[in-house]
Design a binder for this molecule. Structure first.
Ligand code: MET
Ligand SMILES: [Zn+2]
Length: 326
């Protein structure tokens, strides 16, 4: 077994920080894949030619992206499965059965593993319910978010990922709603049977997108006490504003000082949904080095980038992490 189990690695090396890759969906878009469709960055994997034609252009693009993140210094990379829930895939692609869906996930995971080799860690990435209903950035899960059957939504992807030995960690990303967070934390280690983390989607002003404060989240997690799933390894933030992210991570650390954290912000650019362009980040004087140092002081153990962060960003994260290890 070339990789030490990630839980053991984090426990035995309390001062070490792992470098995560950058924003994959937006990076594939930069490289020419048209991701504007209901299953977003899953799209290249839906076409049979991706699998049957070894020199398919999309295949080269995905491989090239993984290689560039590896060259930038990533220790841990993600499968491109943010919008690959059973519901999204079966409603929007020719894939209709559980058998075909499982084949799709197995192909994606084993392809990702072949791109990154056996030594790096691989995260099975799972987008929130919000990714299915376009609500990751407003947390609006309708009138009765408590009645949504989150388990039914996640189950096919979870069942598949939890039995796949190529995956070291499961990532619930961009979770914007407190009811969804509580649902995930209510599942025990028979359901969530391998290490997982939760990345929260947090507004610039520091509250979860649905308005829940970090204090309420901290209080809730502490109240679970020994009932907490032992596979819950890290809590953190992803796809939040680059410049506000250190304050946000520090606020989580203040509530839960012993919790290992994960942080991977977006580039800080804002997407103009009308003009369909990215508008610049107004705080470009803040560097990755500053951000990474503040994250590490606040208990971060995995650091990388989300949407619109590129290999060049990961190189800067990696340089800052290396300096901190000296
Ligand atoms: C909307 S956040 C998207 C996160 C996902 N891991 C990606 O970069 O593709
Ligand atoms: Zn993102």
């Amino acid at each position: 077994m070339p990789r030490q189990p990630i839980k053991e690695y984090l426990e035995e090396n309390p001062k070490k920080v792992l470098v995560l890759d950058g924003g994959q969906g937006t990076e594939l878009e930069n490289r020419g894949i048209h991701v504007a469709n209901p299953v977003w960055s899953t799209i290249p994997f839906i076409s049979e030619s991706f699998w049957s034609n070894a020199s398919s252009k999309d295949r080269e693009i995905v491989k090239g992206m993984f290689q560039d993140f590896l060259d930038a210094g990533a220790d841990i990379l993600m499968t491109i499965t943010y919008q690959t829930s059973f519901k999204s895939v079966t409603e929007n692609t020719p894939i209709k059965t559980l058998k075909e869906y499982n084949e799709l996930l197995e192909r994606i995971v084993s392809f990702s593993r072949s791109c990154i080799g056996d030594e790096k860690y691989l995260i099975g990435c799972i987008g929130p319910w919000g990714a299915h209903v376009c609500a990751e950035f407003n947390g609006d899960y309708g009138g009765h978010p408590e009645n949504i059957d989150y388990y039914a939504y996640f189950k096919p992807q979870l069942d598949n990922f939890f039995q796949n030995k190529d995956l070291d960690l499961i990532g619930f990303e961009t979770v914007p709603n407190f009811h969804e967070l509580k649902a995930i934390l209510s599942w025990d280690d028979t359901i969530l049977s391998k290490p997982f983390y939760i990345g929260l989607s947090v507004h610039e002003n520091g509250v979860l997108r649905d308005g829940t404060t970090m204090n309420e989240i901290g209080y809730y997690i502490k109240s679970l006490g020994s009932k907490i799933n032992p596979n819950f390894l890290l809590l953190g933030i992803n796809c939040v504003s680059f410049s506000d992210s250190p304050d946000i991570l520090e606020s989580i650390h203040k509530e839960l000082p012993d919790m290992p954290l994960i942080a991977y912000p977006n580039s800080g650019e804002i997407y103009d949904t009308v003009k369909k362009i990215w508008l610049p980040n107004h705080y470009s004087d803040i560097t990755w080095n500053d951000v990474v140092n503040r994250y590490i002081k606040a208990g971060a153990r995995i650091i990388g980038g989300c949407c619109r962060t590129m290999p060049d960003d990961i190189e800067q994260v990696s340089a800052a992490v290396k300096k901190s290890h000296k």
